[in-house]
Design a protein around this ligand. Structure first.
Ligand code: URA
Length: 242
């Protein structure tokens, strides 16, 4: 990826204004490049080396951005869809980045979804070889039992070549409608729903609580999102303990 970028795009990407507003600001002398006023929006600069200020406030360039979204039901985990609203449509400030969701939650599933433009981190979190923990809360039609717990620990047949990897089931309520928490290390299509089908039960509500040890922020209401903190990003990358 080239480090060269136009001055107006640099500032637009960092959310300082729209491209046309920025052309104006730049021409009015509000922007300095390496300490010297630069009046030309088309000036190319090196985003890793050059210093940019707007009204004398330093504007640093961020290559990657990371959001935690509390996904509501009814939106699809895709970048584009002809029919339904996508999780990317929810993010208002895309900072000129090509954002995508890290993995998929079903349209009717709620909960934690990481949204970023960092392909390397997405790969690290989604690679089947990495065995990243994903924890779900579910309401299940049917009485969930200790037998189900054992079955999930051993692995169940969901119609793939292999049985599922060992998964930890915690029964919160065992009743006609049971409530559980399940931690899996895979991300097969409809995995949690298919695991319960394999033991003769039906998931009627599903919410992801955590991924890779990152827990959904309880302050985020359905449909709300926030930037990940630097610590959270380092933690997800495996570079820092929380
Ligand atoms: N398992 C499912 O069945 N659905 C999801 O959305 C996530 C995990």
């Amino acid at each position: 990826m080239s480090d060269l970028i136009r001055l107006d795009k640099y500032l637009a990407d960092m959310g300082v204004g729209t491209r046309s507003e920025l052309k104006n600001y730049i021409r009015k002398g509000r922007v300095k490049l390496n300490g010297i006023v630069c009046n030309q929006p088309e000036t190319k600069l090196n985003k890793s080396v050059d210093r940019v200020t707007f009204d004398d406030n330093p504007i640093e360039y961020e290559e990657y951005i990371y959001y935690m979204l509390h996904k509501p039901a009814g939106v699809v985990s895709a970048t584009m869809d002809n029919v339904s609203k996508t999780v990317i449509d929810i993010i208002e400030d895309k900072k000129g980045k090509e954002l995508f969701p890290v993995g998929r939650l079903d349209k009717d599933t709620e909960g934690l979804l990481i949204i970023t433009n960092d392909g390397a981190l997405a790969h690290q979190l989604l690679s089947p070889k990495k065995h990243v923990d994903k924890m779900y809360y579910a309401k299940v039609n049917g009485i969930v039992t200790e037998d189900d717990k054992e079955a999930f620990l051993k692995g169940v047949n969901i119609g793939e070549d292999d049985i599922t990897l060992p998964a930890r089931l915690t029964i919160l309520l065992s009743d006609e409608i049971s409530e559980i928490e399940l931690t899996i290390q895979e991300g097969k299509f409809h995995q949690v729903k298919r695991m319960f089908e394999a033991v003769g039960k039906e998931v009627i509500y599903l919410k992801r609580l955590s991924m890779g040890g990152l827990t959904l922020d309880p302050n985020l209401k359905l449909g709300e999102y926030r930037r990940l903190t630097e610590e959270e990003v380092l933690y997800l990358k495996g570079l820092q303990d929380v």
